[in-house]
Ligand binder design. Structure first.
Ligand code: T4K
Length: 374
């Protein structure tokens, strides 16, 4: 088998044809409405509500991070209070907590879903706890029922970082219907993208006005500023990319499902590899394809990463280091490795391998061939 002659990355962005995009750009250029909640923006908001099967509202943003910051802001959590979250996530998750003058408290994850472990949440609850921020990592799903029960018992808000979970479902219900607010990311690396972008989904329609304001400097109209807002607006060009990508993402998902079948079948034959298995009521978003390199595999996760890199295969160690290992968080009491045994074990074992619809099957075969030790 031959190594690829160009680098193979973990993902490859979904893009509309230039012909289709040009048609939309012509309309936008002639209208001169480039941003500030224009027609393309508003249409994308409408369509996403259907695609994500939302019963409540959806607001678009210029990226997932600003969206998550505003989600935490609009819930009016007590200043300085504690938000229980997981270290098994991208930097944006705990950073958004801190940007809101709140304190992240790290809770361990489950080995199967790599999402927050509900059985570990209650031990972190104090009189200062205001919310739980779960992450539907890789497009898998948090245990939303158990989290809701805990939240009700202690009167806590629930926010979900659903950056990876575009179109994931639990019991055929769109994942954005759970908790008080969910954040989706539409970054270039996501299943559905607007180059940069994001959204908040929330069942309580009463939040709509404030979220609109926070996204737009707090400006309600030319003479009224209601909040200390920020600029979180998605522009028309990106909304146009989003509308075109909405027509493509189902096909992309089907291709990823086929690739997943191939990887599952081939990699499950290799001793020392665990492939995370989702519960049957969860519909995956096919965002990433993580494997766990167990102790009885023929080499370590880090060596496998290096071996693959040398043959042009660029995998990612999502999420190494853990957020709790960052300089800015490592001294928090909850960042102690004894509090996070599963996350600390898996940070040296998980590898996400290239996973996108246009990955040629010959390259997928080559990746498996190298992982098997050839
Ligand atoms: N919460 C979670 C759980 C998240 O994962 C993220 C973002 C957020 C919140 C924040 O949402 P946003 O504010 O981003 O909307 C990437 C993404 O930049 C980041 O959005 C994402 N998570 C994270 C998991 O992955 P990096 O540092 O790994 O990206 P990078 O540039 O190394 O890209 C990975 C590979 O993708 C490259 O090797 C090649 C390919 N690629 C990337 C880009 C940017 C392309 O082919 N084209 C591109 O334009 O963070």
């Amino acid at each position: 088998m031959k190594m690829p002659d160009k680098p193979i990355y973990i993902t490859s962005p979904l893009l509309p044809s230039l012909e289709d995009l040009n048609r939309e750009l012509k309309i936008i250029f002639s209208s001169k409405q480039l941003t500030n909640m224009g027609n393309y923006h508003n249409l994308l908001e409408q369509k996403l509500k259907d695609v994500l099967k939302l019963k409540g509202s959806l607001s678009l943003f210029n990226n997932g991070t600003i969206a998550l910051m505003i989600a935490l802001k609009v819930l009016n959590l007590a200043q300085g209070s504690e938000v229980i979250t997981t270290p098994w996530t991208f930097a944006a998750t705990p950073h958004c907590i801190v940007w809101n003058n709140l304190k992240p408290v790290f809770c361990d994850i489950k080995r199967d879903s790599m999402c927050i472990d509900p059985s570990q949440i209650e031990k972190h609850i104090t009189k200062n706890t205001s919310a739980i921020l779960g992450v539907h990592v890789y497009g898998f799903a948090c245990d939303v029922e158990k989290i809701e029960t805990i939240a009700k018992k202690y009167n806590l808000k629930v926010i979900y970082d659903a950056a990876h979970a575009f179109s994931s479902e639990i019991d055929a219900i769109g994942i954005g219907n759970f908790g008080d607010i969910s954040m989706f990311s539409f970054h270039a690396t996501k299943l559905f993208n607007t180059i940069e972008g994001g959204a908040l989904a929330y069942p309580d329609k009463n939040l709509e006005r404030q979220i609109y304001n926070f996204r737009n400097f707090g400006i309600r109209n030319e003479e009224l500023v209601e909040e200390v807002g920020i600029n979180g607006k998605l522009n028309e060009l990106q909304a146009a990319v989003g509308l075109l990508n909405l027509k493509l993402f189902e096909n992309e998902k089907q291709k990823r499902a086929k690739l997943k079948d191939f990887y599952d079948k081939t990699l499950s034959k290799i001793i020392g590899i665990t492939i995370p298995k989702l519960a049957s009521n969860i519909k995956n978003s096919y965002q990433y394809y993580p494997i766990i390199i167990e102790n009885n595999f023929w080499t370590s996760r880090n060596e496998l990463y290096d071996i693959l890199r040398k043959v042009n295969i660029f995998t990612r160690k999502y999420f190494y280091p853990l957020c709790s290992d960052y300089e800015c968080y490592k001294n928090l009491p909850s960042a102690n490795a004894e509090n996070l045994p599963v996350a600390n074990e898996l940070k040296n074992k998980v590898l996400c391998i290239p996973f996108y619809g246009d990955l040629p099957i010959s390259i997928a075969e080559f990746i498996c061939y190298k992982i098997a030790g050839n």
